[in-house]
Design a protein around this ligand. Structure first.
Ligand code: COA
Length: 256
């Protein structure tokens, strides 16, 4: 049914696994569309109390948007890519059932943004988080500039955004990016335990708690501005140099 995902119902949990391990589970447009469909299916399934989103293999949750797919995009295509991504990630953030990111490896760029759109995150000890877009002469385009600030505060967020530094699981826990760090084999069991606990609570009240918590932060202008800026960057020489350098496996040469 899905080309790029595995979808499984396990007791009260729906488990959505991004399944492109040879490409570090990079998020191309098909993956994003299928995540949207799978989340919708899980929300409509009355047997499901909560959703776990994870990546296949032991290396990556998702290493970002698919650089090969978007490297030749025009500003209009870039804007559209960000707008579509924002729509999908907002539907996850506003889902009436809990969505937990089970982060099992690299969670970079769009992958980190996807994890941050989930209601909370559980990491395995090999998880790595980061927004490396500036390496490509780009900015995050799926809500990362806003959600990272919400989760870790402005000072830490700006440093992470402009250094492209990767954060290990224990540091991600320390700064509030993840709620729990467990071993790789305990990752899914831990997330399933949490969903089982939530499954015993009033489902309507659970949905309302999530909805109300989302209202606590309202950064609509920031999200809209991020879509515009992401798109505009697609015509800059540094974006072209940054993406070509990645695809050619060399260091970028940016001009000041
Ligand atoms: N988009 C497209 N392809 C990607 C990708 C992405 N975001 N991330 C990884 N891949 C691909 C690589 O091109 C490579 O493909 P190939 O085998 O056909 O050459 C494959 O996945 C394996 O990645 P590789 O870089 O060889 O693995 P690694 O272990 O040396 O490094 C990472 C892993 C995650 C550190 C590295 O892949 C990386 O930096 N990825 C890009 C992260 C990024 O910039 N994300 C933001 C995008 S906006």
């Amino acid at each position: 049914m899905y080309q790029t995902l595995l979808f499984e119902i396990d007791g009260p949990a729906a488990i959505i696994t991004i399944n492109r391990p040879d490409k570090m589970n990079a998020l191309n447009r098909q993956v994003l569309a299928e995540i949207d469909e799978a989340v919708k299916a899980a929300l409509e399934n009355t047997a499901v109390a909560g959703i776990i989103l994870t990546g296949s293999g032991s290396k990556a949750f998702a290493a970002g948007a698919d650089i090969a797919e978007f490297s030749g995009f025009s500003p209009e295509e870039g804007t559209n890519l960000a707008a579509v991504g924002h729509g999908i990630f907002n539907r996850i953030a506003n889902a009436a059932k809990p969505v937990i990111a089970a982060v099992n490896g690299f969670s970079l760029g769009g992958g980190c943004e996807l994890a941050m759109a989930c209601h909370f995150r559980v990491a395995s000890d090999n998880a790595r988080f980061g927004q490396p877009e500036v390496n490509l002469g780009l900015v995050p385009g799926y809500g990362g500039t806003q959600r990272l600030v919400e989760l870790v505060g402005k000072g830490r967020a700006i440093e992470l955004l402009i250094t492209a530094d990767m954060v290990k699981a224990d540091e991600a826990y320390r700064i509030g990016l993840v709620n729990h760090v467990v071993s790789q084999e305990d990752l899914l069991p831990k997330c399933k335990d949490i969903i089982s606990k939530i499954a015993g609570k009033g489902p309507q009240a659970v949905g309302e708690c999530i909805r109300l918590a989302q209202l606590a932060t309202s950064l609509e202008d920031g999200y809209t501005e991020e879509i515009k800026t992401f798109g505009a960057i697609f015509q800059t020489p540094e974006f072209i140099e940054g993406t070509q350098a990645f695809l050619q496996k060399r260091n970028p040469q940016f001009e000041r």
